[in-house]
Each structure stands twice: as C-alpha cells, then as structure tokens.
Ligand binder design. Structure first.
Ligand code: BES
Ligand code: MN
Ligand code: ZN
Length: 499
C-alpha cells in the first residue's frame, strides 16, 4: 500500500473514497465539510442529525456521492468520545475504515487527518494512519487457491493536509509508519508460514535478504560453529531434528563507537513439538509460530535498516526445531551452556530458555552492553496476561521503563512482572546449577529469571510474547494468526537510544 500527503481542497479530491472522522455526539460540521455537505444535498448532516450515524468509535457509514463531488463515496468514521481519543484510536479507526473500504471494492482513499485537532503531533498522526491502514489491510491467503483475486486490497491512501507547517513532520510519520508496518508484515508472514516452509535455513535466508537489502553485516553460524562456541543448551534442543540449527547475527552500527550496543535476542523455534516431553496434539499446530520472537527481531532489523537510527544494534536469532526422535535430548539430561552454568533438563518442552541463554551469552561476546530478549516463552504468560499484553521481566528499572515508553509509542501493551530473588529458588538445580523448569508456580517469572542468570550485570529486559504473538480471532488491526508484535516496540526502543 502506498501512502502520501495530498494538498487538494477536499471538494476536488479524486479518490474512490473520502474518509471523514466524526466524534461521538458532534452536531456541526467544520467549514470544509459543510461545503461538501451542501454539494451532497445535506447527506452528511442528515445522517448525523437523524442519529443514523452517531460517531461511536469505529462506527462507519458509507455515503455514495452519485457524481456530485469527484470522490465516489464518503465514509463517515466514528472517532468515539472526544475525551477518550488518543493516538492509538487513530490506528484502530483507520483500520476499521480500511476493512470497510476493501469490502466496498475501493482501491484508493483520501483520509482527512485525524487527531491533529487533539494536539496529537503531525508525525504521530501520519505514522498512526499509515500503520492502521497497512496493518488492517494485511492478509495471509497465499495458500488458498484463487482467493487472491477475490479479496480486494486498498492500494493507495492519501492523507489530506493543506497545512504547509505540518507537512514535513507528517511526511516523516508516513515514512516511519510504512517502514514499521512493512517490518511488522514481514514478521507476520514468517510466523504464518508453516514449519515445512519456514525452516531454520529459511530463517537464515531471510536474515541474509534483510541484511543485503540494507547493506548490514550478517553472519550465519552452522552446527559445527555452534559446537565450537560451547552452546550445549542450544545444541541439546536442536539435536532431535533432522534440520540443522542456525545462529543468526545481523549488526547495525549507526551510533558512535563508544555508544551502548543493544542486543536484540529472538527465540526462533520454527516448530516446537515439545520434544520427548511431547505436547498434546490439540493446538500443536500453533507451534509453527514459536519463532515469533525471532521474527520480531528480524522485522525490527528491517525497520532499522530502512530508517537508519543513530544507535548500535546487534540482532541475534537462535533458530531450530524441537522434535522427539532417537537423537533427541531427554528429561534428566545435563547440558553445558556457553555462559558456563550447567542445566538439568526437567522438561524438554521448556526449550526456548535453553536456546536463549546461549544466544544471550553470544550477544554479550559480540559486544552487546544492553539486552532485550523476545520469545513465545510460556503458556503461563497467556494465562496470566491473556492475548493483549506482553509480559516483561527485567533486572534494571530504568531500562524496563524505556521499554514501556517504546511500547506505548508503538501501541503495544506490556506489563512488568515481579522478579524478586525468592523466585530464583524455584529454578535451582538438584544435580546441576539450574533446572530448566520451575514447575507450574509463577511459570513466566521463573522462565524469565532463568534467562536473567545469563545477562550478568548488563541491563536486560525479557519480553514474553506467548499470548500476543498470534491471535485466534480476527481483530481490526490484525487478521487471525500472527500479529507481528514486538517489531514496533523494538524499533522505538532503538530510536530512543539516539543522543
Ligand atoms: N513455546 C512454548 C510456549 C507457548 C505456549 C507459546 C503457548 C505460545 C503459546 C514453550 O516452549 C513451552 O512449551 N513452554 C512450556 C514450559 C513448561 C514446560 C515449563 C509451557 O509453557 O508449558
Ligand atoms: Mn516448548
Ligand atoms: Zn517453545
């Protein structure tokens, strides 16, 4: 989808649809709108006056203009109560508008700027409109024969803005919004693809594609390299599968040599069967998405490559399959980690943390001074926070605050869980330093703290996206399946490191 500013007077705009936001309960139209209303024989004011359109959040009403103005139809779009309106409302209502317009077979839409009257900065308005539109328009129907032709895609949006003083900022927002949406869509595609298509090797290919596209340094380590590094935990998880593991590194140095280096570490299980501690068959298909954290890191690196913030970032992905087989690791096995601690395997289904600890140790070796890891790590997080909120665990209050601010900017919800030292007792090993499962109690916290054991003194935040990475029902901003959560939060976090 293309997006740009259009400066025409609204009564002259040529587009399949003109999208007009209206707050709940508003009775009078502004001068521009009053003029088209007149040309439409009061169609708009009649709809509002008669109560046919109330302006409730995401309410829509399509009015055909029958040649009275160049735009073929007008979509009235409810913005909800004025006092509840915030930047994220823009994404939501624009998403709804796009869904409606696609149903009515529109190819182009001009959107009157929403939120500028509420003192939302023009950069934010541009960014949120574009994110809302592009992410709502996303579909993953490539395997449904013939479906591509049936569904209409909105091809181009114009944001109507005749004010020269806000033009540059809004253009900046449009550019940022489309880079973020494209990175998010890249992540969604990787996650929605089945595990027979997206294998560890394909993850590595994708990383190379991203790096080459933006001229970034990329390194793919193979099983032998991973062995040499002493990553016994990562290798333990990978050994049951016929598909070899890959350790992916993408480096982006946009800051000064002495600046902090943020390590972004993603869990990349292209399929998690549970291994010998095999999962129940019901719902196992969702585990094709157990590389959601890795997809978020790759998506964020793509955005970073496009927008080139002045900061230093290393993206690291450990990718493999967790499979039962004659070669598979087993409960009771004791593994060596690259960080030095030994780990007793209580449950082969608690594999993500084993892959991640070796990737965290590697990120530090590669020069990361701060760490964020992102992973579909625990079912317990889905129970605790549901599918709307990502769980956070951290060893540094200041840094976790930065992540919260970045998430707010992204319109993604996060919630920090406690990390009191008492919890660490639950993961102390009986036969080794640590055990990979602390049992059912506080499952998200113990999994997070297990990772934290390998971050040392470096500021570290863990994001558990088990609940937020995929959605089971179609929402306005995201079709059923992958949400691409994390890409935008990670980018805003990187951007916030600029000096
Ligand atoms: N990938 C799963 C977690 C998960 C569950 C992600 C549901 C998305 C949706 C993870 O590897 C896992 O299996 N975790 C176990 C840990 C347990 C064995 C300690 C879990 O949560 O049950
Ligand atoms: Mn598992
Ligand atoms: Zn897993």
């Amino acid at each position: 989808m293309k997006a740009s500013i259009i400066k025409d007077n609204i009564k002259d705009i040529m587009a399949d649809a003109l999208v007009v936001g209206v707050y709940e309960g508003v009775k009078s139209l502004n001068t521009d709108l009053a003029e088209i209303d007149k040309q439409l024989d009061s169609a708009i004011s009649d709809m509002i006056g008669s109560g046919a359109f109330e302006g409730k959040e995401s309410e829509t009403l399509l009015i055909y203009t029958l040649g009275k103005i160049p735009a073929k139809k007008i979509l009235l779009l409810g913005l909800g109560k004025e006092e509840d309106f915030k930047a994220d409302t823009i994404r939501k209502v624009v998403g709804k508008a796009v869904k409606q317009l696609e149903k009515s077979k529109a190819d182009t839409a001009a959107i009157l700027p929403i939120g500028l009257d509420k003192n939302i900065p023009p950069e934010t308005v541009g960014r949120c409109i574009v994110e809302g539109a592009m992410l709502a328009s996303y579909k993953f129907n490539k395997y449904k024969t013939g479906e591509e032709d049936k569904e209409n895609n909105l091809e181009e949006i114009y944001i109507v803005n005749t004010d020269n003083s806000t033009e540059d900022d809004m253009n900046e927002g449009i550019k940022t919004g489309s880079a973020l949406a494209n990175g998010t869509i890249m992540a969604r595609n990787l996650i929605n693809e089945p595990s027979n298509v997206v294998t560890p090797e394909v993850m590595a290919d994708k990383a190379m594609e991203i790096a080459n596209k933006h001229g970034l340094e990329v390194k793919i380590l193979e099983r032998e390299d991973i062995e040499k590094l002493g990553m016994g935990c990562f290798l333990g998880v990978a050994q049951g599968s016929d598909k070899p593991p890959k350790l992916i590194t993408i480096k982006y140095f946009g800051g000064d040599k002495n600046d902090e280096v943020l390590g972004l570490v993603g869990k990349g299980l292209t399929f998690d069967s549970g291994g010998i501690s095999i999962k129940p068959s019901s719902g196992m298909e969702e585990m094709k998405g157990d590389m959601g954290g890795a997809a978020a890191v790759l998506g964020a690196m793509d955005v970073i490559g496009t927008l080139k913030p002045k900061a230093n970032v290393i993206g690291i992905v450990g990718t493999c399959e967790n499979m039962p087989s004659g070669k598979a690791y087993k409960p009771g096995d004791i593994l060596n980690s690259m960080g030095g601690k030994t780990v007793e395997v209580l449950n082969t289904d608690a594999e993500g943390r084993l892959v991640l600890i070796d990737c965290i140790a590697y990120a530090l070796k590669e020069g990361a001074t701060k760490l964020v890891d992102i992973a579909t790590l625990t079912g317990a997080c889905v129970i605790a926070l549901g599918s709307t909120t990502t769980g956070l665990i951290s060893n540094n209050e200041e840094f976790v605050e930065d992540v919260k601010v970045a998430a707010e900017k992204a319109g993604e919800r996060v919630w920090q869980l406690p990390s009191y030292p008492e919890y660490k007792k639950l993961i102390k090993g009986d036969w080794a330093d640590l055990k990979n499962s602390g049992g059912r109690e506080a499952g998200t916290i113990t999994a997070g703290l297990f990772l934290g054991e390998f971050a040392g003194e470096n500021p570290w935040v863990h994001m558990d996206i088990a609940g937020t990475s995929m959605t089971s029902d179609s929402k306005i901003g995201s079709a059923k399946g992958a949400t691409g959560v994390g890409v935008r939060t990670l980018y805003h976090l990187v951007k916030s490191m600029e000096k």
